[in-house]
Write a protein that binds this ligand. Structure first.
Ligand code: 5GP
Length: 192
């Protein structure tokens, strides 16, 4: 997606060699038109997979996920980061380690909204080491549902997330691949 690559290069702020800040269009302020195009692109890629539900994790996955849901005309479901005291019966749950916050949280999805008849497209804003997507896939497995694929807005290809997802047999589609954040500069895959 050329428009996304341009935006990442122009507006992305390199925090360090591993973290890119995209608060201007994805993680804080949201560029709705760009997210609409993101949703359309995921739809074009996965439209023949019989997707019945989009699954993401709060909060920053919700914008691209809801735009994808709009194009697929299916519900957008997001895993909630729950405090253990609020956990009751009737939830799928798993622990996900956050790459940016460096802490592990329990996330939950109500059994009411995901079941064995569902075919799921997992969507997230970033792919780093893959913990968020693998955790969401674990929830899909608990529901005896099927994951048709994982749609990522920005993949950091210098980290091992894609490899870990592919080792799980998941079909990963990333709309923008960052090869390096070295030298305070965003270099996309295929660029010099
Ligand atoms: P993973 O679970 O693949 O290691 O990391 C993905 C999750 O961490 C995403 O949900 C995203 O919110 C966050 N994340 C990972 N890397 C970055 C980054 O470079 N910038 C931002 N803004 N979020 C990131």
């Amino acid at each position: 997606m050329e428009s996304l690559g341009r935006k990442v290069k122009e507006d992305g702020v390199v925090i360090d060699e591993k973290i890119l800040k995209v608060d201007g269009f994805l993680n804080h302020q949201i560029d709705a038109k760009l997210m609409h195009e993101v949703g359309q692109t995921f739809y074009n890629q996965f439209k023949n997979e019989g997707i019945t539900k989009i699954l993401t994790i709060e909060a920053s996955g919700i914008a691209p996920a809801i735009m994808a849901a709009l194009h697929f005309d299916v519900p957008c479901l997001f895993a909630k980061k729950a405090k253990p005291s609020t956990l009751k019966d009737g939830f799928y749950q798993t622990d996900i380690h956050s790459f940016t916050k460096n802490k592990t949280s329990t996330v939950i999805v109500s059994e009411e909204f995901l079941g064995e008849d569902d075919t799921v497209l997992i969507i997230d804003d970033f792919l780093a080491n893959g913990d968020a997507s693998l955790g969401l896939n674990e929830i899909v497995k608990q529901a005896n549902a099927k994951t048709a694929g994982v749609g990522i807005v920005v993949e950091k290809s210098f980290q091992n997330g894609r490899q870990r997802l592919e080792d799980e047999g998941l079909n990963v589609s990333s709309l923008c691949k960052v090869a390096s954040l070295k030298g305070n500069k965003v270099t996309l895959l295929g660029e010099n």
